[in-house]
Structures are given as structure tokens and as C-alpha cells.
Write a protein that binds this ligand. Sequence first.
Ligand code: ZN
Length: 333
Amino acid sequence: MTKHIPKAELHAHLEGTLSPEMLKKLAMRNDMPIPGGLLDDDGYYKWDDDGDAGARLISFVNAYDVATSVIKTPQDYFDITYDYLQRCADEGSIYEELTTYANPEPTVGISYRAMIDAMTDAIDRARNDLNIECRILPAFVRHYGVERAIEDAKTVIAYPHKYVTGITMAGAETMHSVADFVPAYNLVTENLGLKKTAHAGEATGPETIRECYELLGITRFGHMVRVVEDTDLMAEMADIGAVAEVCPSSNISLQVYPDLNHHPLRQMFDAGITITLNSDDPPFFKTSLGREYELGQDHFGFSDDQLIGFTRNAIKAAFIDEETREKLLKKLD
Ligand SMILES: [Zn+2]
């Protein structure tokens, strides 16, 4: 059991936290049918999680897009944000960093500003009701292309916000090069001073981690698991204190590794990489932040102190002001 262990999460995609229950609620409220074939008889998301890695990824991305299509209004964003923070607080989380669209307009049909304002209301209410803190990371999406990333950066810059504290890059790691996104990253860091992370070393190998480090100056990485394929890089990353947002269940569901026995979490930890545990898109991978900590304990054999250490790592690497960081760190003592 890990319920008593305080937790923190740096890597969860807000739209990917949408529970099947919330999906049904939003579909009904927005007068839409529940998208056909999306849920199985037990009420879980149905996607092809038996095929090879390529087939699984396509099937997962399709299911994700179809599920997201029920989100239509600012009230929906309030509800999904509050709902996820509540589920996390119930499992002992004290801090969440939520990745979301840098521009929801083309997909959801509401403006970035309306989305951020709705999320802000949910974050403020959750702080009061549930004693959990939260910040927002808009994402560049690699397969949307470079021009869209520049447009997204401008959208983010046009509405500076105290809870938008970092920027990330998600989507198909195999598309475009990291170098292509340097101008988009520069726009938001130079204009707003946002902190940086990016998915790297998940679908592609250690070279993407090196590119993000050398071209973008990134030292906190989404997944980063494939760093183990380059022992020199792994030593270098340990040396500079690089932080890994590790999402074990996601990696198995998407077949980055065949099963947990082959997952390199322990190897990364032993090499001195700074570890955090995360759920990525929890209902799609039949997991939760609490479950990832459970796996850390039951499968990887980490002690309570080590698991609290992962939470401490997350708070230290969180994209928050120092005063909030100190407050959160105190909760771990
Ligand atoms: Zn992710």
C-alpha cells in the first residue's frame, strides 16, 4: 500500500485523464452520442493494446482523439481538471503538472484563454477543497508541424498566466527534428521565461535526449527511458542531475518494453538519474498515479523512503515559484 505516501506528478496529459465516467457525462451534456466502439463491456477504453508497438500507438492516438472530441466548453475543462485533481488527491498527491493543448481551438473549439481560465478556477477550487497544488504546461505537438508550433507559441505568449509555468513537446517523436522546434521554444522562454521539458527517449532512442539537451537546453525529460541504450549519455545525464518523468504502465501499454521485467526504471535509478513517477494518460493505460507508486513498491522493490524521494524529486523539478516549492517540500517532512 502506498496511500500514506505523499505523491507528485509532472507528466499527465489533461485530456488523457478523462475517465470513461466523465466521458459519458460530457457526451450527454453536450448532446453527443458516446463515440461508437470507444468503450468495452466493462466500461474501459477499448483500443488495440495487443498489437505491435506501431499498431498500438496508432490505435491509442485514435482512441485519445475520439475521447477528446466530447470536450466542448470551458465548463468541461473545469470539470475534467477538478475531477483529475480530486482523483489524485484521493491517492495522496500534493502536486500535479498538467500538460494540455497550446491551442485547443482547432480540436475542441474554445480559445486558449477560455481553457486556461476554466482550468484556473478548477485549480483554485481544488487547492481549497483538496489541498493539492497544480500548474499547466501547454504542449507543442510534433506531428502538427513546425508552423503550428510557432502559432501555438504566439497564442501562449498572448496570454501570460501565473499557472502556465512551463512548455513541453509531445506527439510523434519520429516526426520533424528537435532542431525544427528551437524557434518555438525560444519564443516562449524569451517572452515568458517558461521552463522547458519535452518527450524524448520514448519512441525514439537516446539521440533525441541528447538533441533536446544540446539544442533546447532541456534537463527534464518526458519518459527518457531509452537513455539506458547509451551508457555514456546516461552517465552524463546523471552528472548534470537530469530528471526523468518515468511512466512505467504507459511504456508497457505502448510496448516500448514487452513487460515490467524489461522496464529500465531500476537501471536508471541505479545509474543516478533523478526519477519521478507519472501516469501519462491513466485511464487509457488502466492506471493512476497511485498505481504507479504501487508498481514502484511491489514490482521494482523501492522502499517507502525511496518512493517519497521520487516525490521530493518531482517537487524539486516542478515548474513552480520557490515559495510554493518550499511549502510542498515541508509536507514531505
Ligand atoms: Zn506523455
